[in-house]
Design a protein around this ligand. Structure first.
Ligand code: 1HA
Length: 270
């Protein structure tokens, strides 16, 4: 394929193809269950994508056809969270959910096979989801003694509706790709063999669009959902644009030159 490795990790793959980055959970022997180290590597890779101005869209996926991700690795589940190399019990997938939400570039989940538990919430918080026709979606928390009462519940209810979200969590049934599509849980279902081709086509269309426009649309939808934290994000984007203007630069320059700023020359639009 045309993918080139950006950086080598032990539990994920991190590749790019032009302006498209791809982060792949690479633990297929456990259906791509994640440990705190898997998550830490994903956080590192997403931060790389955030900083690299030449990356415009990010694909999140799992290795192989059997699973996108089966959630937290129950073999390393300790008593206060999941335990990685540093022996600290963590729920750091929550930090990753937040990072996927605030990263100002579209993130697309490409789902083959099982999308389960905390893995299914990663799929949920991605901006878009392209599912293979073999995809299956399921929450298991109430069966295995866990729950995600944050994005996993309240945001799920926004996406698929309250009745459906309660059903998903109370019954822990699996849902097919087609059922997920009917619920508005995923954007498109395609044959397994075509899922990467279709995801790349969506990426290429997105890359033709204004990155600032996309950034504000994502931030606005976050602001509506995330309250003050979402407002902070869209406010930060406004500050970023303002810093590029002569009006803001006059304020900075006047301060540095120890003179009064002259803001009169700037228009006061209606
Ligand atoms: O809820 C949270 C959080 C909440 C708040 C804050 C942070 C959170 C972080 C995480 C989570 C969670 O993710 S809780 C939910 C944890 N995940 C599960 O309960 C899913 C468990 N797995 C399954 O239900 C099934 O394996 C499967 C539907 C994904 C796939 O079934 P399949 O195709 O029949 O394969 P299976 O034979 O079951 O699995 C293949 C191998 O992968 C098995 O290992 P083996 O017997 O060959 O040694 C299986 O044990 C392993 N495996 C699969 N999923 C996991 C796993 N091992 C550890 N952890 C897993 N999640």
């Amino acid at each position: 394929s045309d993918w080139k490795t950006i950086k080598t990790y032990s539990e994920i793959l991190f590749e790019r193809q032009g302006k498209i980055a791809k982060i792949t959970i690479n633990r297929p022997e456990v259906r791509n269950a994640f440990t705190p180290d898997t998550i830490q590597e994903m956080i590192d890779a997403f931060n790389y994508c955030r900083d690299d101005a030449s990356i415009g869209v990010i694909i999140l996926t799992g290795q192989g056809d059997l699973a996108f991700c089966s959630g937290g690795d129950q073999k390393v589940r300790g008593n206060g969270g999941y335990v990685g190399k540093d022996h600290i019990a963590r729920l750091n997938v929550l930090d990753l959910q937040h990072l996927i939400r605030i990263i100002p570039k579209p993130v697309i989940a490409m789902v083959r096979g099982w999308s389960v538990g905390g893995g299914n919430i990663l799929q949920l918080v991605c901006d878009l989801t392209i599912a293979a026709d073999n995809a299956k979606f399921m929450q298991t928390g109430p069966k295995v003694g866990s729950f995600d009462a944050g994005y996993g519940s309240a945001y799920l209810a926004r996406v698929i509706g309250h009745k459906r979200a309660k059903e998903v969590w109370f019954l822990c049934h699996p849902y097919t790709a087609e059922e997920a599509y009917q619920m508005g849980w995923v954007n498109k279902v395609v044959p397994l063999a075509d899922v990467e081709k279709e995801t790349l086509a969506w990426c290429r269309e997105i890359l033709q669009k204004s990155p600032t426009a996309l950034r504000f649309i994502k931030a606005a939808m976050n602001a509506d959902t995330d309250g003050l934290a979402g407002l902070q994000q869209i406010a930060g984007d406004s500050t970023m644009l303002f810093y590029e203007s002569p009006e803001a630069q006059e304020g900075r320059d006047a301060y540095l030159q120890k003179r009064q700023p002259d803001f009169d020359k700037f228009p006061k639009f209606p």
